[in-house]
Design a protein around this ligand. Structure first.
Ligand SMILES: CC(C)(COP(=O)(O)OP(=O)(O)OC[C@H]1O[C@@H](n2cnc3c(N)ncnc32)[C@H](O)[C@@H]1OP(=O)(O)O)[C@@H](O)C(=O)NCCC(=O)NCCS
Length: 144
């Protein structure tokens, strides 16, 4: 039995462990416990974990800037895939955004993550052809 619940900072170690064992998920300094605490505080009740009796099997983080939502780090452990867990996690995020009046959400997918690309296209997300993302990284902090 899998249960979806709000992620708290107490889940940090378990979520990081999930991320470490999942190809396609990149871990940055922005995934430190301090940054995660800040993120969860700024975006309360918007990130979720999937939990079984044996521990966490999935997670997703979601936040917003007041106008748009952003999804990060959606993952489900291989043994638990194709049971609708990712869908349930994403729906909770989209519902939380909608409750704030935010009806559009973005996410980044690594270009070599073909399975993720197939998943998002399959679920009706649009691959943007009309925009390129530009990022500035402070010199000396390449893993920011
Ligand atoms: C992508 C991922 C989160 C999907 O998790 P999941 O729990 O298996 O997804 P769901 O069971 O909710 O899938 C719902 C539907 O999405 C579609 N789907 C799921 N995985 C898919 C894939 N790899 N390719 C195409 N469609 C997929 C299917 O239609 C599926 O329904 P069905 O197979 O029962 O008909 C999971 O494969 C994963 O953790 N991948 C590695 C991490 C990752 O790349 N995350 C995305 C980062 S942007």
């Amino acid at each position: 039995m899998t249960h979806i619940r709000v992620m708290t900072l107490d889940d940090y170690d378990a979520v990081l462990a999930l991320m470490r064992q999942t190809p396609g998920i990149s871990i940055r300094d922005a995934d430190s416990s301090e940054a995660t605490a800040r993120y969860l505080q700024r975006n309360p009740g918007m990130s979720f974990v999937a939990e079984t009796e044996a521990g966490l099997c999935g997670c997703v983080m979601c936040g917003h800037d007041g106008r748009r939502g952003y999804l990060q780090h959606l993952l489900v452990l291989p043994a638990f895939r194709r049971r609708g867990i990712a869908d349930a996690l994403v729906q909770r995020c989209l519902a939380a955004l909608e409750a704030l009046g935010i009806g559009k959400c973005h996410l980044d997918v690594l270009k070599d993550n073909d399975a993720a690309a197939r998943y998002w296209l399959n679920r009706g997300w649009q691959l943007r052809q009309d925009i390129d993302r530009y990022s500035f990284t402070r010199p000396g902090n390449e893993n920011a």
